[in-house]
Design a protein around this ligand. Structure first.
Ligand SMILES: Nc1nc2c(c(=O)[nH]1)N[C@@H](CN(C=O)c1ccc(C(=O)N[C@@H](CCC(=O)O)C(=O)O)cc1)CN2
Length: 285
């Protein structure tokens, strides 16, 4: 039976350390500030943005939640980003995704100052990630890497299979694993024999957004399973991309949903916002 990698517990430990660092920074006259921007009223996005604001406030950070109607134009959103780029009380800007279809998300993400890009989605920061330079690392993949480290998983020489190729999770997490000397395979909807690929993995990172798509009997005995999926099934139930109970019988360690990668995503956002504030305070922002 697998060990559970408890994202909530790891997140709490990191947040306690971040709170102490926020206090120290405040004693030097700097309060880290995060602006979240939500366009429209997608219920899941509303929950995530609220959680981000609450998490900031709990740590003593300054947070501003900006909501705009679903009909907002790209120009209006770009003007807002420009204001936030020039606001000295704001060190981090986060535009909640997805955006409504009339808005080109790439153009909006590129408008965020790279020094305030705490999501790590600006092409400048993506380029630095690709080339292995220090940068804001995208929050969910960053959280995955911290969880693997906390679970004592050394990736060097391991076969890592990432299922999913999104810009938010699949691609960056694959790069981060490569940076730690894993042999990485990225699988997607056109991959032939997905079960066979997964069965060859020492570490499986599932980020497809399809409820329980990765079957328990695809998991190799002793593999580590990181489930990034947060899928709502019915009114209230949340499930991951992996068939949890069956996978846990074969894996050596596995993340639950909820309480796995999700809480780490917000924790790494807090971490990045604090770093952005420190850099601004030292004149490097
Ligand atoms: N600008 C961004 N947009 C989106 C990102 C992102 O990193 N930046 N990621 C996802 C959603 N997301 C953060 O925004 C996110 C998803 C899940 C959780 C989380 O804590 N989940 C909990 C369950 C919460 C619940 O009850 O719904 C868990 O898994 O335990 C946090 C953040 C898309 N958009």
């Amino acid at each position: 039976m697998a060990t559970i990698i408890d994202g909530k517990a790891i997140a709490e430990k990191i947040r306690a350390d971040l709170a102490a660092q926020v206090k120290e920074l405040q004693s030097r006259g700097i309060t880290p500030g995060l602006a979240t921007v939500l366009v429209g009223s997608d219920p899941a996005s509303e929950v995530y943005v609220r959680m981000k604001g609450d998490a900031c406030n709990k740590l003593g950070m300054h947070s501003v939640k900006i909501t705009r109607p679903a009909e907002t134009t790209e120009e209006e959103l770009l003007a807002l980003i420009n204001e936030l780029n020039n606001d000295p009380a704001i060190h981090g800007i986060l535009v909640q995704l997805p955006l409504p279809p009339q808005i080109n998300a790439d153009r909006v993400l590129e408008a965020i100052s790279p020094a305030k890009d705490v999501d790590g989605f600006h092409p400048y920061n993506v380029g630095r990630l690709v080339t292995g330079k220090p940068t804001f690392q995208p929050c969910t993949p960053y959280g995955v890497m911290v969880m693997l480290q906390e679970a004592g998983v050394d990736l060097a020489g391991k076969e890592v299979v990432v299922v999913g190729r999104s810009n938010i999770v699949g691609k960056p997490v694959a790069l981060m694993c490569l940076q730690r000397n894993a042999t990485v395979t990225i699988c997607h909807s056109k991959t032939r024999d997905l079960p066979g690929r997964v069965r060859a993995a020492d570490v499986v990172i599932a980020a497809v957004g399809v409820p329980e798509m990765i079957k328990g009997d695809w998991i190799r005995e002793g593999a580590v399973v990181i489930d990034v999926g947060v899928n709502r099934v019915g009114e209230k139930k949340l499930v991951g991309d992996v068939e949890f109970a069956a996978a846990a019988e074969r894996a050596s360690a596995i993340t639950p949903v909820p309480g796995g990668v999700g809480p780490m995503t917000i924790t790494m956002l807090l971490h990045n916002t604090l770093e952005a504030a420190k850099m601004a305070g030292s004149g490097k922002g």
